[in-house]
Design a binder for this molecule. Structure first.
Ligand code: 9MR
Length: 370
């Protein structure tokens, strides 16, 4: 406990906490309704067992969200789930059950992610090479996108194709040296989009990435590299329809600069692309232990960020990476040093709305209609 408190006090970070900030809301309606009023989608990611076995959570999910994205079940291999148990097999059972849940509750369904350097099955390394990579990609995208043809709101066709730190990249375009890149060269991105567009002409096809949000040298370089990539794809006639901004934010960051983020969104929109906020959460691992303070800071980050982002008319969706602190990847990936549970999402572990929920509600209420 002492650890995180002293870190917080030793920095200018205490300025982030504004005890008198107003997070009140005009009207208590589900987030999906507040968003829909402005023609915006609100949704979240979830895993199979959360929506299939946790009835209380599933009911809240259906109440608050208009879109569901599986956190694991449409990746090649993630957690204990294998969409691709072997080179010739596809196991759609978990994702199909989630689609069924979505359809029962009138939720849109979103696919994540077709081409990514992470969450690949073990066999991938043994089986895929320069000669067969294009066919493996084609087989995967045609089969998976084809399976959900006409039933998907959007697909993350390529995820995280720019280097973690583009400043450290040896390539001017900042492209990440993923297996796909090594086997197929920079055009693997264009290829993936073309295969996906053919397999489902109705789905919104998205390029998704992170590290875009702040005014650090690294994030600036990332924005530049992403803009470059999007421009090249558009110039080639690649069937890409949107940029997905993951928005994994940090409660303890002092580097948020509304102006430069707003400018970036404008430049993306000028390419005739839509923008989706795809994986929003606020990492509170370095924030003070006190829950009221912590929740206030997290809520402030949600509202400050969304007020900038929703100002851009091209932004059509806000999706959080999980809905409740009951289920968040951050508890495993970024635990607090004081071992207190993390609180990065709109609902707490008992599914009660937190100030972060108010922040989302306020952002939807305050923005203009699309
Ligand atoms: O939250 C996801 C975690 O449970 C998985 O173990 C991990 C690997 O598949 O992916 C996490 O989600 C990531 C998403 O797919 C892409 N953007 C970053 C997310 C957090 O790491």
């Amino acid at each position: 406990m002492l650890g995180s408190r002293s870190i917080f006090q030793n920095h200018k970070l205490s300025a982030l906490d504004t005890p008198n900030r107003d997070f009140s809301i005009k009207e208590w309606l589900p987030l999906k309704e507040l968003a829909a009023d402005k023609n915006i989608l609100f949704g979240a990611s979830a895993r199979y067992n959360q929506v299939i076995s946790d009835e209380q959570f599933a009911a809240l999910f259906a109440q608050e969200c208009s879109l569901l994205v599986p956190e694991w079940e449409l990746k090649w291999s993630a957690g204990d789930h294998q969409l691709r148990p072997s080179p010739n097999e596809f196991d759609f059972s978990a994702a199909d059950a989630m689609l069924n849940f979505a359809q029962t509750h009138n939720l849109l369904f979103r696919g994540h992610a077709l081409i990514w350097h992470e969450s690949l099955p073990r066999w991938f390394q043994q089986v895929v090479n320069h000669q067969n990579a294009a066919n493996v990609m084609k087989h995967h995208i045609e089969t998976v996108v084809g399976h959900y043809k006409g039933r998907m709101h959007s697909w993350d066709v390529v995820n995280e194709a720019i280097e973690y730190d583009p400043l450290a990249s040896q390539r001017a375009d900042g492209l990440r040296r993923t297996p796909w890149f090594e086997f197929l060269g920079p055009d693997y991105i264009d290829l993936a989009f073309r295969i996906a567009a053919k397999a489902d002409p109705d789905a919104l096809l998205v390029y998704n990435d992170f590290g875009i949000d702040y005014n650090t040298a690294m994030d600036k370089a990332k924005r530049r590299a992403i803009l470059g990539l999007l421009k090249r794809l558009k110039a080639k006639g690649t069937p890409i329809h949107a940029l997905g901004i993951q928005a994994h934010l940090r409660g303890d960051s002092l580097d948020f600069d509304p102006k430069s983020l707003r400018q970036f969104l404008k430049e993306v929109a000028a390419l005739d692309l839509k923008i989706l906020i795809t994986e929003m959460d606020v990492n509170d691992s370095k924030l003070p232990a006190d829950i009221q303070r912590r929740d206030r800071i997290v809520a402030g980050v949600y509202e400050d960020y969304l007020s900038v982002v929703l100002d851009e008319p091209a932004v059509i969706a806000v999706i959080t990476w999980g809905l409740s602190d009951r289920y968040t990847y951050l508890s495993k990936f970024f635990p607090r040093s004081d071992h207190q549970p993390v609180r990065p999402l709109p609902l707490d572990t008992n599914l009660q709305p937190k100030l972060a929920w108010n922040a989302l509600a306020r952002a939807f209420q305050q923005t203009h209609k699309r």
